[in-house]
Design a protein. Structure first.
Length: 123
């Protein structure tokens, strides 16, 4: 007698069909197409979890650069000044301050400028 492992196979297929809920046409109804669609979707999800981090960092840099230039400083000089001042704020926080609290950001620009002047005097 041939053994089919039917309960486990059915459970696996039903789990795949349920995971494909919301897909269009046969991709949400037929196991073969749903399995392919899920494979592709999971590859995109894996890739884009990493891409999202890159895109947000780039967005934060753009926001910091815009606010720093409005204060009369470039992004790279601003970051260099913060590093010289040993300021441990990351770009996410800096971008949030640039967008919401311009007074705090202008204080950070002053901190960066004084640290750069001290660094130039030392060298």
């Amino acid at each position: 007698m041939r053994v089919t492992n039917a309960p486990a196979s059915r459970k696996r297929r039903i789990r795949t069909i349920k995971a494909a809920k919301g897909f269009r046409l046969r991709r949400s109804k037929l196991y073969r197409y749903a399995a392919d669609a899920l494979d592709h979707g999971r590859q995109y999800a894996y890739r884009d979890r990493r891409r999202k981090k890159r895109e947000f960092r780039a967005l934060w840099q753009i926001r910091i650069n815009a606010a720093a230039r409005a204060a009369g400083m470039t992004y790279s000089r601003f970051i260099e000044g913060l590093k010289a001042a040993k300021c441990a704020l990351d770009r996410k926080i800096l971008a949030d301050l640039a967008a919401t609290d311009s007074a705090a950001f202008s204080e950070l620009v002053k901190v960066a400028q004084t640290a750069l002047q001290a660094k130039a005097a030392k060298a």
